[in-house]
Design a protein around this ligand. Structure first.
Ligand code: C5P
Length: 245
């Protein structure tokens, strides 16, 4: 790995809904900038929110570091400042992997189950990461037929997703937060290894306060439940206090 202090930001590679990715002077390293922007309905609703990028960048950096310490390979290299990170360049597999411990969101809508019904074992779902098609639900065979991933990659994704779930449940339990569900994205390195990528923050996790059952995630924005950033900051504060303890 090149000297990280010598990494220089270059051109914009991709502007997503919450992040910008830049190339660097190192072909295997990308520069991520977290935006003060929140979107819902696949980008159809978009709002600027001061400090939102900061909270997501810091939370994601901490969670990826914790997962690395637990032996889970991921793309995170270094947090540069409050809104920017260096990550390993990977080819993103166009599958959104959702892991659910309790019923919520599209699961409740699809199957008309009770909100926060506990599952006897984690539920893994796949969605096709495709903005034009609105990220449709799909199964392993569909993903294979569409050439989105190989059988081995899907098995590996399932295995890593369950490991990530176990660790995240513990991390959030310590701060009195119930991990309802979350979305992961995976990428393939140039060596062909499947590793965890994207971000881990209240934007892509459903988090509920154990005592009050208050939502501590993007559902605040999706459902118009009030100010979102102060709640994200509360999650960050609790994570940092737990880390220091
Ligand atoms: O909406 P749904 O219930 O399927 O979402 C499951 C989980 O995946 C939630 O934690 C949600 O925040 C996350 N998600 C995401 N990006 C999407 C869709 C869902 O991060 N495009």
């Amino acid at each position: 790995m090149a000297e990280l202090a010598e990494i220089k930001k270059q051109g914009l590679l991709y502007r997503g809904k919450a992040k910008e990715m830049y190339t660097t002077n190192h072909s295997d390293i990308l520069w991520v900038h977290y935006l003060d922007q929140v979107t819902a309905l696949n980008g159809k609703r978009k709002v600027q929110m001061t400090d939102k990028g900061k909270t997501n960048c810091v939370i994601s950096s901490q969670l990826f570091t914790d997962l690395r310490h637990q032996g889970i390979k991921n793309h995170f290299i270094k947090q540069l400042d409050l809104t920017d990170q260096l990550v390993q360049r990977v080819q993103i597999i166009p599958l959104e992997t959702v892991i659910r411990n309790y019923a919520s969101g599209s699961f409740v809508k699809r199957y008309q189950t009770e909100y926060l019904q506990k599952f006897s074992q984690p539920v893994i779902e796949f969605f096709y990461k495709n903005d034009v098609l609105d990220d449709p639900f799909l199964n392993d065979d569909d993903a294979l037929a569409l050439g989105l991933a190989t059988n081995d990659q899907i098995s590996e994704i399932r295995q890593i997703a369950l490991q990530v779930n176990q660790h995240l449940i513990q991390i959030f339990e310590k701060i009195n937060v119930q991990l309802v569900d979350f979305k992961l994205e995976f990428g393939v390195t140039k060596m062909g290894t499947v590793i965890l990528a994207d971000e881990l923050s209240p934007d892509n996790c459903r988090l509920v306060d154990v005592q009050t059952k208050q939502s501590l995630d993007k559902d605040i924005f999706r459902q118009g439940l009030g100010e979102m950033v102060p709640v994200y900051e509360k999650v960050l504060q609790r994570l940092q206090q737990s880390e220091e303890a």
